[in-house]
Design a protein. Structure first.
Length: 134
């Protein structure tokens, strides 16, 4: 495993843990929930009472897909980096639509670009390595 692959695995694991941690924080801290869910588009469309449920489902689905991708990375499957690129783009698009846009979106945009770049480089290396061994 190359350094890019190892870093990508670490970042994907951090991302999944962070998504799950965010859900736990929403359930434990009503101020956080109010700030990120209730006043955002999600709170306006599904209602404040349902925003926590819908937000939780969305984030846990994203976390589950990252965990599947992590498993694929552990097995060095070529689809894993592609899945990371897709779920990262979908996750950012959903975040823009569902959640309140704040200055922290800059951090998450940089994080997403980093994940996408690492996944692309890892996928490219997997293709190059496979081509050389044939």
């Amino acid at each position: 495993l190359g350094i890019i692959h190892k870093i990508l695995m670490l970042f994907v694991l951090i991302n999944a843990i962070g998504d799950i941690g965010n859900v736990v924080f929403w359930w434990a801290n009503s101020a956080s929930r109010a700030a990120s869910l209730n006043t955002a588009y999600i709170g306006e469309t599904v209602g404040i009472a349902n925003a926590l449920i819908v937000g939780t489902i969305a984030l846990l689905v994203v976390a589950a897909v990252y965990i599947i991708a992590f498993y694929g990375l552990m097995k060095q499957m070529k689809w894993a980096p592609q899945l990371i690129i897709v779920i990262t783009v979908v996750n950012r698009a959903l975040a823009l639509i569902l959640y309140l846009i704040s200055p922290t979106f800059v951090f998450w945009a940089i994080w997403s670009i980093t994940l996408i770049a690492l996944a692309y480089f890892d996928w490219s290396k997997m293709n190059t390595t496979k081509a050389e061994t044939q």
